[in-house]
Design a protein around this ligand. Sequence first.
Ligand code: PGA
Length: 247
Amino acid sequence: MTARQRIVIGNWKMNPPTLPEALDLARAVGTIDPGEVLVGVAPPALALAAVAHALGDTQVRICGQDVHWEAKGAYTAGASAALLGEMAWGTLVGHSEVRRDLGDDDARVGRKLASALGVGLHVILCVGESETEYDAGATDAVIERQVGAALNGIARGAALSVAYEPIWAIGTGRPATASHASAAAATVRRAMSAAGLDADATAVLYGGSVTGGGAAEFAGADGIDGALVGGASLRAEEFAQIVRAFR
Ligand code: PGA
């Protein structure tokens, strides 16, 4: 098995609230030494162009947080993959907050993923179970359903990573254990293989309350190749510590 690319992405969500603050954060992230790690940030859509410009001379990759499933047309407030592709390296697709707030279901996530891949964006497909599903022992079933639905019909070799983010760990300060994350990563890869994709070559990230202090545990976890970081990515020093853990 060839060594997989390690990836650490900061998902800024709807933060920081002003453009000057977003640019300050971008400049600070731009000073991080990535080593061999692919480091990216996913700023809010309205700040994306400015942040991309500010980081233009650095190795930091720019990601969208979401993308529309249609290429263009009468979709007020939609973010087209083609426009995003002009400014960004990749995009999140299927984040649980988008599933929760903006009505994404498995079918729509699949269409968004295909739309992003179609313009050459690297997709970070987000999957993960709710607390109720976790308690019911349904983690594997949820991952298999989400991965299978999203990747059905996607060509082998597509520019793709998967972020396993249990919903109960996001923003709660209660990360999954490394062994739970490893087991989930193995399930992701089984589901990818079942869909005919090259699971061994695909990076699987863990997300959900990753901190500077906690990152090393995930960096050492079997099958985990990186992190999708929310809250801690808004503090450049702590984000740098997370990047170092994966170097
Ligand atoms: P968190 O968010 O690190 O704040 O838990 C992770 C995410 O939602 O991607």
